[in-house]
Design a protein around this ligand. Structure first.
Ligand SMILES: [Zn+2]
Length: 182
């Protein structure tokens, strides 16, 4: 991977590397540290640098969602997710209390001990199978409040192919989450 490195020397004692949003790699180095030491440091951190350059490139290609976009997604989710929950809850024989929609950085869904379900509005940008998987996952927590093998078996009983949806969330889904404003 080719990239430009900008070295900024100052009265600091340690080396640090930073990736700017523009994709520039900046190394902060002590005043008199030999260039060879900086080169070694960069070699040792090349995987980290490559990963963060990729992320910066991705951010550049895909602008963050605007507040209007998020509102529109939340409105759609509020219309479309409750019927999906009701359908699967009926099929699985479980009862939940309330469905809430949020724009969240950390999770696709959650289920409280009181049986309240919470879903990420970005689910509306996921394929239907992925949306179904997240709904079924949370509904399964009404039976098993953990991620034990028994829990996963419950998920599998309803959606035998759920693992593809899980993988999708980890890669493509993560890209969507990165587009949420800070
Ligand atoms: Zn879970």
């Amino acid at each position: 991977m080719q990239y430009e490195v900008r070295v900024v020397r100052s009265r600091r004692k340690t080396l640090a590397v930073q990736i700017e949003n523009s994709g520039t790699v900046t190394v902060r180095a002590p005043l008199r540290l030999p260039q060879a030491a900086i080169d070694t440091f960069l070699r040792e951190h090349q995987d980290w640098i490559a990963l963060h350059l990729q992320k910066a490139a991705l951010r550049e290609k895909q602008p963050p969602f605007s507040p209007e976009e998020i509102r529109a997604l939340a409105a759609r989710a509020t219309r479309e997710l409750p019927p999906l929950c009701a359908r699967y809850a009926g099929q699985m024989g479980v009862r939940y209390s309330r469905v809430t929609i949020r724009a969240q950085h950390t999770r696709w869904g959650s289920c409280s001990r009181k049986g309240n379900l919470n879903f990420n509005c970005l689910l509306m940008l996921c394929p239907l199978e992925v949306r179904e998987y997240v709904v079924v996952h949370e509904l399964c927590h009404l039976k098993e409040m953990n991620h034990s093998p028994r829990f996963w078996q419950e998920v599998k009983n309803v959606l035998p192919g759920y693992e593809a949806a899980r993988r999708w969330l980890k890669t493509e889904g993560q890209r969507l989450i990165e587009r949420l404003p800070e």
